[in-house]
Design a protein around this ligand. Structure first.
Ligand code: SAH
Ligand code: SF4
Ligand code: F3S
Length: 486
């Protein structure tokens, strides 16, 4: 039966999270049961929900956009800050009533919160039937089946190999123009504030052939943009035959053809010149000049780098275990400007009020922001996460009001910098990719330029997926406004 795409529910969930939406979309292929998924947290989690939908489809479930009609409800959760977990708990309380009127309903908690809390979640949240961590999604049909028979289940096994490389994701949150491709999983970095290494396990890279195959399929389906996803894409590595292990010839020479992130980027860029390629997240300690030169060489690799700095002060960066200092970060930015020019977009994540951060150190973050002039930033105040290095070693000693005041200061600074950067675009001609309707007006459409900025243009006879040249006429701190050329 033909796929029917109905409405998409998009509701903001977290403070200023990097990706703060939950999305669910209807797919009707005539299956007898209905699955409703809500996703929280980062793009990787959204991408995982598409894998989950695919696994569940194989065992007889279509997705639905209304939880009232669902046989199974999954919350794919995030643990990055306490607030993200609180949001999920509130949502679970709302589902309590639903479960009371429909005891057949199965409720599952997936993702990072499932991994962090494991069995405890079943004790704490009585209505939950299954708890499944990010590496155990292949076990979902089995666990759901058992739950239907009245047996609750937990699988939070973390794998060193699982990349779901063979699973074709069901595109859930798609506009038919842009899609995510996961290129790796986990993280080995151990930033002291961060829960991700504990919830996602060890870093592993996905077979590049399966990545290229996925990009080709997307092109065949009419997609125009892919975003390659990983917590630290610059440490992507794959060698043929045995992943990440050296192969020696008879003379003992290493003949491993290591595929680095730069190489992978090139391979994806070559899939089609009409496919835009983006990636996220880059780590300042690992981003190489080779990646920057590859970006320069291929016009379809977007000139935009999300390069989270976290703090502008070297002592704080050291406590955060980021393994670079202020000077290193500024040198990387200088290199980006040197190789890719001023037009390359650079964005960041910042945390205020990390353990023992002084007022002066906070000012170092503000001054670094001025120096780099970020196009935009995702900004947070520090939220201590149980089990992390920082929680064990350093007291969470900056009072909440001060954390919040410092956050407000960096938000205001970023607002000014975004405006300044956007004003530089006025008068320029840029190619944009049309993504869909503009929120504000029916006679306008929303597109994006290479540097990842939203550009509003007149609708005329354009449609999502069209490339169009525009001249930028005006801007706000968040948006550019353009006129169509030719
Ligand atoms: N892998 C990415 C970050 C993923 S988490 C990187 O290394 O840059 C997204 C962002 O959430 C982080 O960049 C950080 O700014 C923020 N974050 C992570 N843990 C946090 C915590 N405990 N409190 C506040 N913000 C946090
Ligand atoms: Fe967390 Fe650091 Fe890994 Fe990013 S690189 S996911 S901040 S541990
Ligand atoms: Fe959250 Fe897990 Fe992503 S903690 S930010 S959903 S990796």
């Amino acid at each position: 039966m033909e796929n029917l795409i109905k409405d998409i529910a998009i509701i903001p969930v977290d403070d200023t999270a990097a990706c703060d939406f939950k999305v669910t979309q209807e797919e009707n292929t005539g299956k007898s049961k209905k699955l409703y998924i809500e996703s929280y947290g980062c793009q990787m989690n959204f991408s995982d929900s598409e894998i989950v939908a695919s696994i569940m489809k194989e065992s007889g479930f279509d997705t639905t956009s209304s939880f009232e009609n669902a046989d199974v409800i999954f919350l794919n959760t995030c643990s990055i800050r306490d607030k993200a977990e609180q949001t999920v708990r509130k949502r679970l309380q709302q589902f309590n009533q639903l479960k009371a009127s429909n005891p057949e309903l199965t409720i599952g908690v997936l993702g990072c919160m499932a991994e962090r809390l494991k069995e405890k979640l079943l004790e704490e949240e009585q209505l939950v039937d299954v708890v499944v961590g990010p590496d155990a999604y292949r076990d979902l049909p089995n666990l759901v089946q058992r739950a239907e028979d009245g047996i609750k289940g937990v699988n939070t096994f973390l794998s060193r190999e699982e990349t779901y490389a063979d699973i074709a994701p069901v595109r859930l949150n798609s506009n038919g123009v842009s899609a995510f491709i996961s290129i790796m999983r986990g993280c080995d970095n151990m930033c002291s504030f961060c829960v991700v290494p504990f919830t996602r396990g060890r870093e592993r890279s996905r077979d590049p052939h399966s990545i290229i195959a996925e990009a080709r399929t997307l092109v065949e389906k009419g997609y125009k943009e892919v975003t390659l996803l990983g917590q630290n894409v610059d440490s992507y590595k794959w060698s043929p035959e045995e992943n990440n292990k050296a192969r020696l010839n008879k003379k003992g020479e290493d003949i491993t053809q290591l595929i680095t992130f730069a190489k992978l980027l090139e391979m994806v860029a070559l899939v089609s010149p009409h496919l835009r390629v983006r990636f996220s997240t880059s780590h300042p300690k690992d981003i190489t000049d080779e990646v920057l030169y590859t970006m320069k060489r291929y016009p379809n690799i977007c000139k935009y780098i999300h390069l989270p700095v976290q703090s502008g002060n070297s002592r704080v960066l050291d406590l955060m275990n980021r393994t670079y200092d202020r000077e290193w970060y500024l040198e990387r930015v200088q290199k980006i400007r040197e190789i890719l020019g001023d037009e390359c977009g650079i964005s960041s994540d910042m945390i205020t009020g990390f353990c023992s951060e002084t007022e002066e150190e906070h000012h170092d973050t503000l001054s670094l922001m001025d120096q780099v002039c970020f196009d935009f930033s995702y900004m947070f105040y520090y939220s201590e996460r149980p089990g992390t290095l920082a929680a064990k070693k350093y007291p969470d000693d900056v009072p909440l009001e001060i954390k919040k005041r410092r956050l407000q200061e960096i938000i205001e600074k970023q607002h000014l910098l975004s405006m300044k950067r956007n004003q530089l675009d006025i008068g320029k001609v840029q190619e944009i990719l049309i993504e869909g309707p503009s929120k504000r007006s029916e006679v306008q459409l929303k597109g994006r330029n290479s540097a990842n900025k939203v550009v509003i243009v007149p609708k005329e006879d354009l449609k999502p997926g069209d490339y169009v040249n525009v001249r930028i006429l005006d801007c706000s701190s968040a948006t550019l406004f353009g006129e169509l050329l030719n």
